[in-house]
Design a protein around this ligand. Structure first.
Ligand SMILES: Cc1cc2nc3c(=O)[nH]c(=O)nc-3n(C[C@H](O)[C@H](O)[C@H](O)COP(=O)(O)OP(=O)(O)OC[C@H]3O[C@@H](n4cnc5c(N)ncnc54)[C@H](O)[C@@H]3O)c2cc1C
Length: 310
């Protein structure tokens, strides 16, 4: 389906999108297929697939997101990072995405893979010698070479990007990406909605008027969330930390805390008329399905139906 972000966000109702990542093994691929079949009933607005850290999934990202979009019958967005790619290689990847019928790109700078640091490489992002330094340059490249072929989303950071010396500078840099031609902002995961609301207001003050979609990641394991929060700098509020502490090493209890917390976040976001919720599914279906159910979705009524009526 070649529907681009601007068309998707013409509608007033909030969007519900699912993010997946390219599975590394055949077994993981099969699990993803099974989970996607289950997620189909939730009727997402669109799906996205990440571009592996270090630019490692160039082929897979396009293939997987095109397959997911066909299976779920929804528009697709492929993530793309500047890591490890020259300008010409980025153009080739984008040509490949266009040929696969992918109409949307999540345009990112990316990070240096942590593994590189342990093997003597660099831990901080280093641009390819003939590549791009920042995501705004990628947005510019896409618009210059492909015009309006793609809808473009860029990343936003309610708590500030982990490398940024100041949130004000970070917002200036976000504005740069939007001014270069991004159609929307997808946020990093966060656990305190006040950070998101404050971010949206600061964007308004900075003249960023494109839709801002909230990134929600239900906690599924203690180790997973600690790693993720460490990587992206997301703050775990003390109330959430206390609940996680009480759950101890019991995986089921931890997952229940995660689902409770994410459900409350989504409920509150919808009450505040958020433009969209982007679920970091981690290729699993259980948590997202459970959150939908708790928010009132049924077999005959999706969350989009409910939120659209509200
Ligand atoms: C929704 C979402 C999806 C993601 N998907 C992926 C993925 O698929 N694969 C992956 O590897 N990573 C992904 N990431 C992680 C992302 O690559 C990292 O957060 C990365 O560190 C920054 O990427 P960016 O596009 O925000 O970079 P940028 O917008 O380029 O910002 C990076 C840093 O540089 C600063 N900066 C930006 N522009 C300028 C400028 N012109 N001059 C000076 N400073 C500047 C910013 O303030 C920030 O501190 C995703 C993140 C989000 C929120």
């Amino acid at each position: 389906m070649t529907i681009r972000f601007p068309q998707i966000y013409q509608q007033k109702a909030p969007t519900f999108s699912f993010e997946f990542f390219p599975p590394k093994t055949d077994a993981a691929q099969q699990r993803l297929r099974d989970n996607v079949t289950e997620l189909k009933a939730l009727g997402p607005t669109y799906v996205t697939c990440t571009y592996g850290a270090g630019g490692s999934t160039r082929q897979q990202t396009g293939q997987i997101v095109a397959e997911l979009a066909r299976e779920l019958q929804v528009p697709a967005a492929a993530h793309l990072t500047c890591v490890g790619n020259s300008r010409e290689q980025l153009i080739e990847v984008l040509e490949g995405f266009a040929a696969q019928g992918i109409a949307n790109i999540v345009a990112l700078r990316g990070d240096a893979p942590a593994a590189d640091a342990s093997s003597g490489g660099v831990a901080t992002f280093e641009p390819h010698p003939e590549g791009l330094r920042y995501a705004n340059e990628l947005v510019t490249l896409i618009r210059e070479r492909f015009g309006d072929t793609f809808g473009i989303a860029v990343a936003g950071y309610p708590e500030g990007h982990i490398e940024t010396p100041s949130r004000l500078t970070d917002l200036d840099n976000l504005k740069r990406k939007v001014d270069a031609g991004a159609d929307m902002v997808m946020t990093q995961l966060f656990f305190d909605n006040r950070d998101f609301y404050d971010f949206v207001e600061r964007c308004e003050l900075a003249g960023i008027t494109v839709p801002i979609v909230a990134g929600i990641m239900p906690i599924v394991t203690r180790a997973g969330i600690m790693k993720m929060a460490g990587l992206c700098g997301a703050r775990l509020p003390s109330k959430l930390l206390k609940k996680l502490q009480a759950a101890g090493d019991d995986d089921e209890k931890v997952a229940r805390v995660g689902i409770d917390w994410a459900t409350r976040q989504c409920h509150d976001l919808l009450e505040h008329h958020v433009r969209g919720i982007h679920f970091y599914t981690l290729n699993r279906s259980n948590a997202t399905i459970e959150i939908y159910r708790r928010l009132g979705a049924t077999d005959s009524q999706t969350l989009a139906d409910i939120a659209g009526d509200g």
